[in-house]
Unconditional design. Structure first.
Length: 265
């Protein structure tokens, strides 16, 4: 794992230790990992008084996959079930997180591509809820492992064949611009998670420690992490498995999940 690039605001780096303390005091999370700040996969940062866990995927050292079903074709539905499904391969996992919205049968809503195979088609229609708060978008990874976030229509027009892809919405950040219909700090507050890209080789997966507004999460992705594009994944059900942090959320009924592992040597 290459060191985190020092592109965050200087105040963010000064706040890392305080962020750990804040997050641990505010929840039942285990003690902070012993990994140094240079090689930690996940870290805690504070922004506008809220704490966020940020986990980094680096395509030069990591592998990324999207998972929905077990070997029996049924939805896995939880992070503990995902760990069991991975078997011995779970020992390589750096982190995992829910990765997009889903219907009552736990099927992905919108596009889902797994190992280059189209599982669910791209959804370009209109509807109710966050998923349809246009512009929405697609997080996808190509055959070389490069992560991207594209607006849905841009993806439909320009994207190459993905190796992995999940569709969600809304886009929090597009070309460094915040979503025009998201309030700066609205009254709707949930524990939320999102993914953003700032460089060609890396993606940041973020989950809030406490309930936050969409507006605050969007600003965190853009202003604190420097994300050029960022996609909301979900809220209320947001869950994280981080061996480094000793954290395994046990919420059931999840849909698609993203898994980032150490690359095989």
């Amino acid at each position: 794992m290459r060191p985190w690039r020092p592109t965050l605001r200087p105040s963010a780096w000064l706040a890392i230790a305080a962020a750990w303390a804040f997050g641990l005091a505010a929840s039942a999370a285990p003690p902070a990992p012993t990994a140094t700040s240079a090689d930690a996969v996940c870290r805690v940062l504070t922004f506008e008084g809220d704490a966020f866990i940020v986990c980094r995927y680096d395509r030069q050292t990591d592998e990324l996959r999207l998972v929905w079903q077990g070997a029996d074709g049924k939805p896995l539905g939880s992070l503990p079930a995902l760990k069991k499904h991975l078997g011995e391969d779970s020992g390589r996992v750096l982190f995992a997180m829910n990765a997009g919205m889903y219907d009552p049968a736990q099927r992905p809503v919108g596009l889902f591509v797994e190992e280059g195979r189209l599982v669910r088609p791209l959804e370009r229609g209109v509807g109710q809820g966050n998923f349809y708060l246009k512009p929405n978008g697609v997080f996808w990874v190509d055959g070389a492992g490069v992560p991207r976030v594209d607006e849905t229509e841009t993806y439909a027009r320009d994207a190459d064949v993905p190796q992995w892809a999940t569709q969600s919405g809304p886009l929090l950040v597009t070309a460094k611009r915040l979503h025009p219909r998201i309030l700066a700090n609205g009254s709707s507050r949930y524990v939320r998670n999102a993914v953003g890209v700032a460089w060609g080789a890396e993606a940041f997966f973020v989950i809030s420690r406490r309930p936050v507004s969409l507006g605050r999460m969007a600003r965190f992705m853009r202003d604190e992490l420097g994300c050029v594009e960022a996609l909301y994944l979900d809220g209320a059900v947001s869950s994280l498995w981080s061996p480094e942090l000793g954290r395994m959320d046990r919420r059931k009924g999840l849909g698609p999940m993203v898994v980032v592992s150490k690359a095989k040597s």
